[in-house]
Design a protein around this ligand. Sequence first.
Ligand code: PRP
Ligand code: URA
Length: 207
Amino acid sequence: MPVQVVDHPLAAARLATMRDKGTDNPAFRAALSDLTQMLVYEALADAPSTQVTIQTPIATCTGSRLAKPPLLVPVLRAGLGMVEQAHAMVPEALVGFVGVARDEATATPVPYLESLPDDLAGQPVFVLDPMLATGGSMLHTIELLVARNATDITVLCVVSAPEGIAALEKSGHPVRLVVGAVDDGLNEASYIVPGLGDAGDRQFGPR
Ligand code: PRP
Ligand code: URA
């Protein structure tokens, strides 16, 4: 599975803000939004484009547009903090939603929402979730997409654990990962170490 780590001083600075336990909710959301912009930019670096003819105020020239804007799929709750910025960058994108919350005692995903187009054949999909820990929530999401014929799935995360990456690799699904950092691993409660804590709680408060 291709894994692309966004290696840029501005991405590192926003990530440091998000990791800092002294960062309050508004500043955390702002840093997540900024970092999402960089993840989307990187994820679209090789996206096919179509040529169009444009009339500038001076002359006619050739321009380009994204050939196939990705479907954006935030994984609730924490992925909600990424969708506005991703949508600002790709305004023509459609948006689907998946809701899944980890059972904190077992770290297994508990699905509660799916709102996706029926057929995703030929449709690139960007899944937005700041955290890839055990990979359970992401695998659930990917399985919903594959069941709808998706074959071009990009996962955009802020922080991932090697365990989550290994789980996606093992699944054999057609996925690539664009991520801000690959951390050391998981603790006994399946939180990413050093990580940034609970990305949903840090944006919206405890649930
Ligand atoms: C977090 C995070 C991922 C999931 C990652 O969500 O946003 O969806 O945990 O963990 P996993 O890889 O072990 O599945 P959480 O379940 O805490 O829900 P929330 O976004 O509503 O806070
Ligand atoms: N979910 C989070 O929000 N943070 C972690 O470290 C693991 C799962």
